[in-house]
Design a protein around this ligand. Sequence first.
Ligand code: ASP
Length: 337
Amino acid sequence: MRKQILLIYTGGTIGMIHSREGYSPASGLQALIDAKIPPIIAVDMPRYDLLEYADPLDSSDMQPPDWQTIALDIHQRYQDYDGFVVLHGTDTMAYTTSALSFMLQGLGKPVIVTGSQIPLTELRNDAQTNLVTAFELASAHPIPEVCLYFNDHLLRGNRAIKQRATGFEAFTSPNYPELADVGIYIALNRSAILPAPEKTNFSFPDYRHHQVRVLNLYPGIQADVVNAVCKPPCRALILRTYGVGNGPASDKSLLKALEAANKAGIVIISVTQCASGGVTSNAYASGSRLAATGMISAKDMTLEAAFTKLHHLCASGCSAEEMKSLLPKSFAGEVSP
Ligand code: ASP
């Protein structure tokens, strides 16, 4: 029997049209798909229903409750479909795929998130092939994960980062292997894919509170910047440290500010500013001194995974101690053991 897929259209370049200000989100995806993929070709596609959001967004406008809307839409229709394809803008796609992986733990069906760098309306585009391959992945392959598919790369959603603002090779997964070799044939990298779960463990805590903050270290950063960022309602701070977790550790007032925030119950976690590799806080005295303020290591998590994981834990009502013990543990393959 032909598989049944739910196609969720949230917005993004894939469905955008020209406006005087540049590309803008647009409604009416079905007509566009019908025009670009005529019935003679569409006959080979899986059967799908389209759920088009009333207000398609440029993903740079997306907020945590928008991630939750997508997760809930999948949850509410979970039994009715064999797989899910989500069309989304590329700018914050890796945040959304990470957040979905935390809300949809124990997922037993493929959720393939994709988009494009050039809209489907253009003659030359990457939209059509990304869409068609995402359909194929969601309908014909046993992948019990939230994935990001782009330009022949199938990546674990919570391991992906956007690496290029222009160019079709927009996404990469610096600290985890790709989940498939996508060419003329599609060969899954089975040992890299999560095992089929025994049961779903979905959870949808209230995502409306903005309690996680991000601060990039830069040469000359002052303690008052840390103090300002850690003001209520901040409950967790991601410090983007240099290299393997280093920072200006000879600045005593900066260390004091971090220590005070930690004592006040703010969870501080170190995520490297580098695109690949992770944090090993004790490799340098500098990193050890930062860690001594109570900061914990995100290991090889991406910024997007660390941010959405903290957001999920805060929303779930975890205490600072609970967050510190849960953060290094893998929920959906986002961090290496
Ligand atoms: N600004 C667009 C978006 O994220 C970029 C894209 O889709 O490629 O929605």
